[in-house]
Each structure stands twice: as C-alpha cells, then as structure tokens.
Design a binder for this molecule. Structure first.
Ligand code: NDP
Length: 241
C-alpha cells in the first residue's frame, strides 16, 4: 500500500475521472471528487466508501475560480492539504471552423484551458508553501497533433501542455505531469453537435482504451518517490484483445 495522499479530481462524474477516482481509492488514497453532476458523484463516493475507501465530493464548475477555490478548501477541511490535483474535466464539441460554432469554441477554452488554470491557482500557493505537491493535467494526443474539425480542441490541449511545462520549469518542489491519452471510451464525444463530425468521430473512436488504463497510468505517476517526476505519459490503444 502506498502512502495515502489527498487527491482532488475534477470531472470525476464519468469516464477517465470516475475510473481514476475508483483506482486511486483502491490504492489507499483519499479522493475528493468534483463535477457538475453531483448525483453521479454521490453514487461514486458511496461506492468507494462501501469498499473501504475514503471519498468526498462537492459540486464544481471548473470555469469558476471561486468554485475551484471552494472545492480545494472543502478537500482541505475534510482530509487536509491537497497533495495532488488532477485537472481532468474537459469537453470536446468538435466541428469545422467554418461552421462558426463560437459558443462551443469558447466553452472548450473555458473548461479545457481556464479550468486547468483555475485548478492550478487553487492549489499552487499551498503546494509552494509546503514545498511539495503534484499537478496532473489531462492533455491528449490532440496536444501533439491536429486533425480537421479538431482545431480548437487541439489548441486547448496544446495549451495544457504549454502551461504544464511552464509550471514545471517554475517549480522545483512541485511535480507536474501531463497525461496524453489516445482514444478512450467515455462520454467525451457526446458533446459533438455537428452531425458529420459526430459520424466521423464514431468511426475514429472504434479502437479505444478503457478508462481504467488511464487510471492505472495516473496511479503509477502518483506513487513514484517524491524525487521522481514523470513529466508526460502518452497512452494509445491497440486493436489487440
Ligand atoms: P467524459 O465526457 O466522460 O468526462 C468529462 C468530465 O468533465 C465529466 O465528469 C464532466 O462532468 C466534466 N466536466 C465538463 N465540464 C465541466 C465543468 N464546467 N466543470 C466541472 N466538470 C466538468 O470524458 P473523458 O473522461 O474522456 O475526459 C476526461 C479528460 O480526458 C478530458 O480533459 C479529455 O479532453 C481528456 N481526453 C480524453 C480522451 C478520450 O478519448 N476520451 C482522449 C484524450 C484526452 P459534469 O458534466 O458532471 O460536470
């Protein structure tokens, strides 16, 4: 069993965040779950507790700095200062730029970039003061490569990598990890409103990892000794059984 850490997870109500919460709790960590759908968080927290784990949850909209600060304060009140934050919440309403779905562009920027920055802002002063901590940010293979219809989404994921790298360079005591998954089974593509992009993505997403594969990668980076910082992991699926 690893040392029990206090771990904040944004976007814990489905997909990668949900699987990560479950896995980290089985490793003995105390998890604090945030998302907007609190009915799902409540169910997950109960499931973790009934298996002997420690979990709390709180409603969180990552686009609000105040909400994120309240989330971090709640975690500290329940379990103590956060050791790790996993900035996982994300949305992916893909479409060609000429469709001018400006509201969807803005939503991706607000959740995928501002949400990550808000998570950093909520925990960084405490981590710097304690001279330890770990910020784990979800980027993507879309933070390494751009596809048609993915310009804005990929832009947000490139930004997550840039922000993470800057954070790492500025903080010698705080570990920073970028997690860049390939396709993972989740609800992420449900936010695509453009019919032809939705159809193309359904094809592209046929070979996919289970969210637990990403959860295990995150468990690995957290459980490294304090003097080891895994800077990035890229995890892609294969068609193998
Ligand atoms: P899901 O759609 O299953 O989960 C996304 C999570 O983000 C949900 O829990 C949702 O909760 C939360 N969320 C969305 N908006 C907000 C908000 N404003 N405030 C708080 N939480 C929010 O997708 P995944 O699990 O796949 O995605 C997790 C991360 O992994 C994302 O950053 C995504 O970009 C990244 N990723 C995913 C890949 C994939 O193929 N699945 C590949 C590469 C990266 P709620 O709606 O309840 O608020």
């Amino acid at each position: 069993m690893s040392t029990s850490k206090v771990i904040l997870i944004t976007g814990a109500s489905s997909g990668i965040g949900e699987a990560t919460a479950r896995h980290l709790a089985t490793l003995g960590h105390r998890v604090v779950l945030g998302a907007r759908r609190t009915d799902r968080l409540e169910k997950l927290a109960q499931e973790i507790r009934s298996s002997g784990g420690a979990a709390e949850y709180r409603a969180l909209d990552v686009t609000s700095l105040e909400d994120m600060q309240a989330f971090a304060a709640y975690a500290e009140e329940k379990f103590g200062p956060p050791d790790v934050i996993i900035n996982n919440a994300g949305v992916m309403p893909l479409s060609p730029l000429h469709e001018l779905k400006v509201e969807e562009w803005n939503r991706m920027i607000d959740v995928n970039i501002r949400g990550v920055l808000h998570g950093i802002a909520a925990v960084l002063p405490g981590m710097q003061a304690r001279k330890r901590g770990h910020v784990i940010n979800l980027s993507s293979i879309g933070g390494h490569q751009v596809w048609a219809t993915c310009a804005v989404y990929c832009g947000t994921k490139y930004a997550v990598r840039a922000i993470s790298e800057g954070l790492r360079l500025e903080n010698k005591d705080v570990r920073v990890t970028i997690i860049s998954p390939g396709v993972v089974e989740s609800e992420l593509a449900d936010t695509i409103s453009d019919p032809s992009t939705r159809e193309a993505m359904a094809e592209f997403r046929q070979i996919a990892l289970k969210p637990d594969a990403i959860a295990r990668a995150i468990g690995y980076v957290i459980d490294q000794p304090a003097d080891v910082d895994v800077n990035e992991m890229i995890i892609r699926p294969t068609a193998g059984a």
